[in-house]
Design a protein around this ligand. Structure first.
Ligand code: BGC
Ligand code: IFM
Length: 814
């Protein structure tokens, strides 16, 4: 069953009924000002940091789940009846409803009793504000006397404090209302120099800034007193809950439309220019008045919307494909790329499943995310890399997370996730292959964000491998530390004491449990560093890291092979994890996919055998589960993985993030049919028809789909902010379609299904547009390339002569 459909022309997902199984959200904002926006106008906004600079409130664990947002009420002043065009919060029956989620905007429309209202929500590029651009149309045969009420509820900036510290924050709320603009200035008087503002393009009939006055005692968002009575009360918030609500009156002739723009923004003043006059407690508005004047004029709103479209078209134009599979096309061309930008901007902070209060940017996560967005925003990727590397320790280990606002490592979780350092090498390599910008390697980057400790970024990469070499266990495999990619495989560090999840177990010293997965990852990262050193003119390093990779490969083959698949780990007692000898958790997905990516066992049949075992034991119609059999009971020596009920999350859930490792592995082994088949199983668009089972948005990947051991097999959770976005994008574009940036050119080496007769693609790479046509002439993956009419050897298209801006590539597969 579906709840909408894709509009591939407009790059929108069209939701046609509001009662989706979960809130189906979009994001607005792409630089510093961001908002979550559900199909029923729910969600909140923030500036840069969802925890520390929250503009509007989110409600956690609420029923219904999605309450609080950017609400519009339309009231018929003759009858007193009112409705919300976004269905929520009034939830009355609408005569028509539609939400179009597009690239950086959503348009939510509803109709009731001949009155139609449609709101286009977006954040203009280069601005720190969001626009609610409402058009109301009278479709009746008679004139209509209407009132429009808008409302946003302010968060008192620190979202965690706002949700918990009521003894203080019921008394701190403050606003000013000047020239019909509502300024939210809570805590401005002390350490803050920022404020929010809410304004409208129309002359107001009234306003409210105190929630209680707007809603009325014991009433909710579905039935505000001000709306029911058709009258705002010019309330001024003194403490309690400041809001911004505008009341606009409209008299519409039959067939007449009117446009009303509301906007909510954020502004920061220089610290010494907070007050006007200086020493008063009045917000200095000088810096924001031009912006307010600008967006009161709908012409400027239209120009901003047009600029937003140009912005997104520019990003997506970097890679556009046309294949025989509609799902591949719309994911690669639109939604998967768009989701990669969301993981770039939001990391794992703010979504339906992340409160915005918890973790900041993950070291591992953000480095992997680079794979999906570096081609769209290379300059911003460069800065992200430098920020990440600055949270590395001198040992080569790294903080597991850092806060985007301060860019400093989070001490509460610390470091010791021993896969982390390797991802920096993989992220930087991808950046270099895409951009060719080797100057980044010379950038001086500190350790632990401490001034005076700077070394070139290149040395950070070397320290990453040094950290691994310094943390080798009894079998010669890398020590796992707190955990590796699988955060929940806690072989040293789990305690059954409440609230002590990362204390080492008594008697454990963190020096024994080893990870075969990190072994595979280390082979890959050392090979990448060796290639990077070659391109960087460091032959001794090239040789050294090639040797590191060779040595670790031997160890993995000797101590990391279980006979039919790669082992997962050795626990602190030296027991195997992920072995046929285990009673549960006999085979895990991570080392199978990743060891093949690392090139381990390609020549001796082990790689093929490992992936065949994945197919035999782990693959389901809804994707590949993380391990089998699921752990049926809690095991303190394995930690959090066994705390989940079977089939969920890391305990045998379909963890979509690592499915692409197997997909890539299959392409490396030349099996395009299997690769694309696995891709389709988790592809949200291909799952659209089962939206009632899948539950999450059919336009973005989810982190997890319940595995075969779960009673809800096939049900997805944790959409949007997941490493799945980057990895599936990378797997589809660079390995199935095979358009792969390399140091010395663009490789074109597709491994596509046998049933495909070919595809076309346009890829902008290092400023040159490559128009690529792939045609199938036989059933294999052998490739013959013609570049601008000339046959070339191999599958790497070399850079064209200077000044040439477009290249035609014809590829024949046989
Ligand atoms: C995992 C969760 C886990 C958490 C623990 C996350 O990355 O996906 O399942 O509870 O880490 O730290
Ligand atoms: O690898 C992690 C990731 O960093 C966060 N989400 C879950 C993954 C698996 O545990």
């Amino acid at each position: 069953m579906k709840y909408g459909h894709f509009d591939d022309q407009t790059r929108e997902y069209v939701i046609t009924r509001p009662d989706t199984p979960m809130p189906w959200i979009n994001y607005i904002g792409c630089e510093n000002y961001f908002g979550i926006l559900s199909a029923t106008a729910g969600g909140y906004s923030y500036y840069k940091d969802a925890r520390l600079r929250r503009l509007t409130r989110g409600r956690y664990n609420n029923v219904p789940m999605d309450f609080g947002g950017r609400y519009i009420y339309v009231r018929d002043n003759a009858s007193g009846a009112f409705f919300s065009p976004s269905w929520m919060p009034v939830r009355g029956k609408l005569d028509a409803y539609e939400c179009r989620h597009g690239m950086g905007y959503s348009i939510i429309s509803g109709k009731k009793d001949g009155i139609a209202a449609s709101t286009r929500y977006f954040v203009p590029v280069g601005e720190n504000l969001e626009i609610w651009d409402v058009t109301v149309t009278n479709e009746r045969a008679a004139a209509a006397d209407l009132s429009l009420f808008s409302v946003a509820e302010f968060c008192l900036w620190d979202a965690q404090d706002d949700a918990t510290n009521f003894q203080r924050n019921f008394s701190t709320g403050e606003v000013e209302v000047v020239d019909e603009v509502i300024y939210h200035k809570t805590e401005y008087r002390e350490r803050r120099n920022h404020f929010a503002f809410f304004a409208s393009s129309e002359k107001l009939a009234g306003f409210d800034t105190q929630r209680e006055a707007f809603l009325g005692p014991w009433r909710g968002w579905d039935d505000p007193k001000a709306v029911a009575e058709g009258k705002s009360s010019a309330s001024i918030a003194h403490g309690w809950q400041p809001i911004a609500s505008n009341h606009v009156k409209l008299s519409l002739k039959p067939g007449e439309s009117r446009r009303i723009v509301f906007f909510l923004g954020y502004h920061e003043n220089p610290k010494d220019q907070k007050f006007d006059p200086p020493g008063s407690q009045t917000v200095n508005k000088a810096g924001v008045l031009p912006t307010i004047a600008k967006f009161r004029d709908p012409k400027n709103v239209d120009a901003a919307f047009a600029a937003l479209k140009v912005f997104w078209d520019g990003l997506l134009a970097k890679c556009q494909v046309s294949t025989p599979d509609i799902h591949t096309d719309r994911m690669v061309n639109v939604w998967n790329a768009y989701q990669c930008m969301a993981t770039f901007n939001m990391s794992r902070s703010a979504s339906t499943f992340e409160s915005g209060i918890g973790r900041g940017l993950g070291f591992r996560d953000s480095n992997q995310d680079l794979l999906g967005f570096v081609h769209m925003v290379p300059e911003r990727a460069r800065q992200r890399i430098l920020d990440l590397a600055a949270t590395q320790f001198a040992s080569g280990g790294a903080y597991h997370q850092y806060q985007p606002m301060t860019k400093k490592g989070n001490n509460d979780i610390g470091g010791g996730f021993n896969d982390d350092p390797h991802w920096l090498i993989i992220g930087v390599s991808q950046y270099l292959k895409e951009t060719g910008d080797f100057s980044i390697l010379d950038e001086a980057v500190p350790f632990d964000t401490t001034p005076g400790t700077e070394v070139p970024l290149y040395d950070h990469l070397k320290r990453s491998i040094q950290y691994a070499l310094d943390n080798i266990g009894p079998h010669g495999l890398p020590l796992i530390g707190q955990a590796d990619w699988n955060d929940c495989l806690n072989l040293n560090c789990f305690s059954d004491e409440p609230g002590q999840s990362f204390q080492c177990l008594k008697g454990k010293d963190g020096k024994r449990a080893e990870s075969v997965f990190i072994g595979g990852l280390m082979v890959h990262s050392a090979k990448e560093l060796s290639a990077l050193a070659r391109e960087h003119g460091r032959p001794a390093d090239e040789e050294f890291y090639a040797g590191v990779a060779r040595d670790m490969e031997e160890v993995v083959k000797k101590h990391g092979w279980d006979g039919e698949w790669f082992l997962r780990a050795y626990d602190d007692f030296g027991h195997k994890v992920g072995s046929k000898e285990c009673d549960e958790g006999k085979i895990f997905i991570e080392p199978q996919g990743y060891c093949v990516i690392a090139g381990i066992g390609l020549g001796d049949g082990r790689a093929r055998q490992a992936l065949d075992s994945v197919k035999k034991y782990l693959a389901t119609p809804h994707g590949i589960v993380l391990q089998q059999p699921a752990y049926s009971r809690y095991r303190i020596e394995l930690g959090e993985i066994s705390s989940y009920p079977p089939g969920y999350k890391e305990n045998a859930g379909i963890f979509c993030h690592n499915n692409p490792w197997v997909i890539i592995g299959e392409t490396i082994l030349g099996n395009g049919d299997q690769a694309h088949d696995y891709y389709s199983r988790i592809c949200p668009s291909a799952r659209e028809e089962i939206s009632d089972l899948h539950k999450n948005e059919p336009y973005v990947f989810s982190q997890m789909i319940a595995g075969r051991d779960a009673p809800t097999h096939g049900e997805a959770k944790n959409s949007w902010l997941t490493g799945t976005a980057a990895w599936t994008y990378y797997a589809a574009t660079q390995w199935i379609l095979g358009i792969r940036p390399e140091y010395r050119g663009l490789r074109v080496a597709p491994v596509i299904p046998k049933t495909w007769d070919g595809f076309t693609a346009t890829r902008i790479y290092r400023g040159v547009t490559y128009d690529i046509t792939v045609k199938r002439a036989g059933q294999g993956n052998r490739i013959a390339l013609t570049v601008d009419g000339k046959t070339i050897d191999g599958s790497v298209v070399p850079p064209p002569p200077a000044g040439v801006k477009s290249v035609k590539v014809e590829a024949v597969l046989s």
